[in-house]
Design a binder for this molecule. Structure first.
Ligand SMILES: O=C(O)CCC(=O)C(=O)O
Ligand SMILES: [Fe+2]
Length: 265
């Protein structure tokens, strides 16, 4: 892990994740596809006039730009840092937030789990910023360090937002936080829309929110080689087993991913 972090110069990002629970990633791969991702979200997320923040889920197979976004190299290393080897892709949504007084309430993304959260992270969320994030543009709001409390935010903090700061980040940035960090967003006062791709990953052993089991070899052909693992194709869990040799190999591979090589012969 340390070698992968050093190879991509992610030491500060790792420190941010440990100290603050979130970090801002600058990866040339992401900057190069920011327009493509933005246009794909606009194409795939219907935006009726009355909707305040049009959102659509289960987007991965709706445009080729999305598979590129979820395999951004620096992001995948930091996902492994937070969630371990063999982490799974869990959910992909696009949002188009409009000008207006509404905002997303303070929450931790560990929505499916009770508190206290475990000492290790269950899941993490990365937001691909396709328009600049500022307080006026409706940036994500975070309360740095709250990931250490390992709890859902209590009502008084949900109301007073004490300690909250906006994530200020240029277009093409990816903001990553762990599932324990308290966050929400600021109302958008700027005109226009804030277009974001929300990418969620989960630890191997935890059920992903979305399934992409219908995607076949043609879909994977020519795409990033991390995708089969991210979509559970190398995961023993959640499939029908006949206890053939292949299944045993997959079981061993899955143990190795969770515990390191040689955990169980
Ligand atoms: O839209 C945002 O600024 C934050 C969204 C959010 O809470 C999430 O993606 O987990
Ligand atoms: Fe969230």
């Amino acid at each position: 892990m340390a070698a992968k972090i050093a190879a991509l110069g992610l030491e500060q990002n790792v420190k941010d994740l440990i100290d603050d629970g979130y970090t801002i990633i600058q990866d040339p791969h992401a900057h190069a596809i920011a327009d493509e991702v933005r246009e794909a979200i606009i194409r795939c997320v219907p935006a009726p006039p009355e909707a305040k923040a049009p959102t659509r889920f289960t987007l991965l197979d709706q445009d080729p730009a999305f598979a590129k976004a979820i395999t951004t190299p620096k992001l995948l290393v930091l996902v492994e840092f937070l969630l371990g080897r063999g982490a799974l892709f869990s959910q992909l949504s696009g949002s188009r937030r409009r000008q207006g007084p509404t905002s997303l309430g303070l929450h931790a993304d560990n929505s499916w789990f009770p508190e206290p959260f475990p000492a290790w992270e269950l899941m993490c969320t990365a937001c691909f910023v396709t328009d600049e994030f500022t307080r006026e543009s409706g940036a994500t709001l975070v309360i740095p360090g709250t990931h250490k409390l390992k709890r859902h935010p209590p009502r008084d903090v949900r109301e007073n937002l004490e300690g909250a700061v906006p994530i200020v980040a240029p277009k093409g940035s990816i903001c990553l936080w762990d599932g324990s960090l308290w966050h929400g967003n600021y109302p958008r006062t700027d005109p226009g829309e804030r277009i974001v791709l929300h990418m969620t990953y989960t630890r191997l052993g935890i059920q992903p929110i979305e399934t992409y089991d219908h995607l076949d070899a043609d879909w994977f052909a020519g795409k990033d080689e991390a995708l089969p693992t991210l979509l559970g194709r190398h995961n023993f869990l959640g499939r029908r087993h006949g206890w053939k040799q292949n299944d045993r190999e997959l079981l061993k591979e899955t143990y190795d991913q969770v515990h390191g090589p040689g955990f169980r012969a």
